[in-house]
Every structure is written in structure tokens, then in C-alpha cells.
Design a protein around this ligand. Sequence first.
Ligand code: G6P
Ligand code: 1S3
Length: 598
Amino acid sequence: MQQSSSASPHLLEIAWEACNQVGGIYTVIRSKVPAMIEYWGDQYCLIGPFFPQQAAHEFEPSDDYSDVYGQAVLELRAQGVECYYGNWLVTGRPRIVLINPFSAFGQLGEIKHLLWEDHKIPTSNEDLLNQVLAFGQLVKRFISLLSGKTQVVAHFHEWMVGSAIPDLRREQVPVKIVFTTHATLLGRYLAMNDPNFYDQLTSVDWQHEARHFNIEPAVSIERAAAHGAHVFTTVSEVTVRECIYLLDRIPDTVLPNGLNIRRFTAMHEFQNLHLTYKKRIHRFVMGHFFQSFPFDLDKTIYLFTSGRFEYRNKGFDLTLEALARLNYRMKQAKSDMTVVMFFVTKQPFYSINPGVLHSKALMEEIQETCEAIKDQIGERLFYDAAASSDHKLPELNNYVDDYWKLRYRRTIQSWKTHQLPPVVTHNLVNDQSDEILHFLRSSNLVNNADDRVKIVYHPDFISPTNPLFGMEYGQFVRGCHLGIFPSYYEPWGYTPLECVASGIPAVTSDLSGFGDYVKKNVKKHTDKGIYVVDRHERSFDDSAEQLTRDLFDFVEMSRRERITQRNKVEGLSEMFDWKKLLVHYERAYQLALSTSQE
Ligand code: G6P
Ligand code: 1S3
């Protein structure tokens, strides 16, 4: 159904990450666009901050300012504000208004003064805070202009755009406001610092903690936005609890996160992609490990985790503990499988480890040599076969020039080493204090030849320009066998959902919004390839044990079982398609429209 009459409301979605990629909210907004356009048509528009570099890549200005959005942009511009109207160059090409926060930097003093006077929101001189406060003020002015022309529902995402809300309410601008928090600020800080976060949640003194972490201005904006919205929402039931105790408002509804799911018409297509990209990963693995010792790639399982470096929150600690146990268990069981675990995250580094690059280069040279020898043999054999009357296969060695024989031997000799393959691919700035490295070294999980579990810690995100993998992140995911994301704090968590969308099984946890949703909505989810580690009211040790068992069972599966499980997990992806999940958004908008203005 598409809303298109001019009498029907216009929907504005406001996010700091619209046309400005920072983290998970960008994925929410961007992936949702096609479904939003399908429903709202021309009535739908986004607002984001104008940053010239991002805009140069993702924004196309319009020359048609005739609709209500264009008109409001022109009026705001006439007031001296730098703002643009056009299309965001992502799938669906939605309308977008970009406003330069720096246009209001001259009024920051007054903005801050009034925030305190009118709403008791304290401020500071922190750079991001200055930008979002200026942006919030300009968004408020834009919405005030727009609401004079049509009925508006304004959906704000996250505290960074929340500072517009208190004034919209105080000035009684006729707009219906929905505010979504994707994580509470205090929740994230407390979870990172307090091992008993979930037990203590009900008794947190928000102001005391906000001051303690030096985030009182942002937390105050978040609270004011949550309280000022006509409809307050969050992304999962897990985060509902946080909202109740840390923001003091019960969310009116939950908006689960989805993806724009594109399924292949031919079922085997995604399985073929797995094989294609697995072979690309094989090449990296050969380059990295085989100079020290080879192993059977046909009996190798690729596990991975990825995301921001939040060691405890993202469950890196639990994953490492389970891997160490898995290694021990596989050795005990004399397993002939090898597990290669990739940690893909972002940590400061000086450079890629030159040894890792050198090994990769030498392996490429070996490949070139093999190709040259193959060509030489092929050409000469073909000639002799055609010319001779003898049916016997000749001695192939004789076809290879001494030059290539020597080069073959020399390259392999210079490549092989007695050193262990490094566990980390880059030279880290904080090598001695890095938590992943500390765990690996102290538990001796350092790629010993007899270890069944090998580690590749890649402290940079994967991209096609990255010299070690040279592939897109999504391709890397498809090439792996299992993604591991047993988070301790995760309002939703896109990484396991991205696995599911690619037909790759994944581990999540019941403390993540996604895992909690799966547990409540998907029967027999383990069989179907979504493993939910119980962390709620469980000790670290119990959760580590559960994860170890799951990983051991996974490694023991036959290829046929893995293929079947991939089919099942891919079959689940449709339930996370925005086309299915948008109903929750529509409910929130209907709710907002049904509220009174007061
Ligand atoms: C896909 C391909 C199969 C291949 C399999 C490998 O299903 O279509 O041809 O045998 O992947 O699966 P594995 O789990 O061993 O990587
Ligand atoms: C947040 O981003 P994060 O990784 O900081 O929002 C995401 C989108 O709603 C959510 O998936 C994630 O769990 C939150 O933590």
C-alpha cells in the first residue's frame, strides 16, 4: 500500500547517520529505504547532517524544489542556513535534506543557554556535542517550517538528533514525534564497566552514573527526547528494560531491525557463492599458514567474529575462552578437523606485519611459477602428442626448463619457515596491552602446529582494497562457515542477521536483541543454524561451556549436514525482511498520529 495523497501525512526520518556512515543505525536507515518508499512514496524524506566528503559520494542535489520539502529547504536557506535537498544515492534513492550543523555554530552559546534555561539540559564544549546541538536547532527550525505546510510525523533516531525534541514540544509545533533509541548511553557505559550490569540495572542512579562517566549532557538529551516524544520506541525487548530503568519511560512499542533481503530464485546459488568465496579465503589461509605447516583445507572450518572492538560487550572474551576449550577438546578427541577463527575488528595499528605480506607475496610467486610450468608442459606435450605416433604419456619432467625447476625450488625454500604463523596480521600500537593478544598468549593459543584451533586476528575491517583478503566484507561472510557473536551488551546486533541473510549459520546470545527475538520467535533455531548462547543469569563459565559444546558439535558435522543447515538458515532470512518488519514502524506512526498534540 502506498500513501500518496497530499492530505495524508508526510513522514520525516531524522538521523545523524543518514548519508553519514558511523555504525549500526546507518544500516537500519539505509536498508529500510526501499520498503519505506514502497509504503510512503513521495511523502517520505530523510534529514541528515551535511558533511561535504560524505555528500560528495552519496548525495545528488535536486533542481526541483516544488514540493513541501523543497519549499521548506528554500525558506531555511533564505534564513542563511546551508542546506540541500536531493536524493540519497542508495537503493531506493530516497529524498533527503542535508543541513550543515556549522551554520548554527554562531548561535551555540544561546542554544546552550536556552537548553539549560528551558529544559535543564546541561552542556559542555565537546566537539560532537556542539555539532549535534547546532544540528538539532536547525532541524527544529526546518520542521517548524514544514509543519506549516502539511501534517508531519517526525521520526528521530538516537540522542544525536534528540535535542530538537524538547523545543518542538515547548513551542507546540504541530508535529507528531516518534523517538527511537538504539541503545541507551548509560547502558552501554555501564555494561562495559560493570560485570553485574544486569543485576544492578534496577537500582542505577542515572544522574550519578552519567556524571561519573562524564556524559551527563548526552544522557540528559536522551532522556528529554524519550520523554518529549509522542511515541517512544526502542529496537528490542532487551533494551526495553534499560529504557525503563535508565530513561524512566516504558517504550510504547518495539521496532525490531531488519534487512533488505534479496533471495536468489535458484536455491543453490547462495551455496555456490559460499564455495567461491571459501576458495578465496583458502588462498589467504595457504599464504598465512602453509609456510609453517600445511593442513587439509577440505577438513577446515572457518569461524569468524566481527564488529567494533568492545571486548566484553561484543563477547570477544567468551568467544576466546570457548575457542581455547574447543582446541583442547578437539585434541582430546583426536579430531582431524582444523578450525581457523578470524577476529575482524578495528584496533590502532602501525602497519600490516611485513612478514605476513611477504609470505603472501611469495605464495603468489609460487603460484605464478606453477602456472608457468603448467603452460610450458601443456604446450610442449600438445605438440609432441600431435607429432608422435607413440600413445605413451612422455616423462613430463623433461618438458620443464631448468630455469623454472630452479625457481620452483628456490621460491618454496625461501618461503618455508620454522616460525609459527602470527596470530595477528598487523603491528598493533598497543601490542602489549591488547586484550585479545593477552588472552591468546597467556592461554598459548598461538597457532602451534598441533593446535586444532588456529587464530587470525585482523585488526582492520575487510574491504576490497585491503591487501590481505582483497574482498568485500559480505563476500568474506559468505565464504565462512559460522559467525560467532555471543554479545554481553547488544541492543539488536546486525552481524548475526547479516550471516543469516547470506545463508551462513551464526551464534548470538540471549542478551542481544536479535538473539532474544530468535529465541522467542523461531522454533528449533539451533537446528536451523542460529545458536543462542544463554548469558542471562548464567555465569561466564556456564556460557563458555555451552558455546564450546555448540562449536564442537558444529565442527563434527558432515559436509552434507552443513549444506542442509545453510539451506535452513537462509530460509529464515525472510522473516527479517523489512517488508515483514515494517508493520512495527507503521504501528508506531499510527500511534503517534492518534495522540493528542499536548
Ligand atoms: C556449497 C557448494 C558445494 C560445496 C559446499 C562446501 O554447498 O554448493 O558444492 O561442496 O558448499 O561446503 P562446506 O561446508 O564444506 O564449505
Ligand atoms: C546500535 O549500534 P551499536 O552497534 O552501537 O544500533 C544498532 C541498530 O539498531 C543495533 O543493531 C546495535 O545493537 C546497537 O549497538
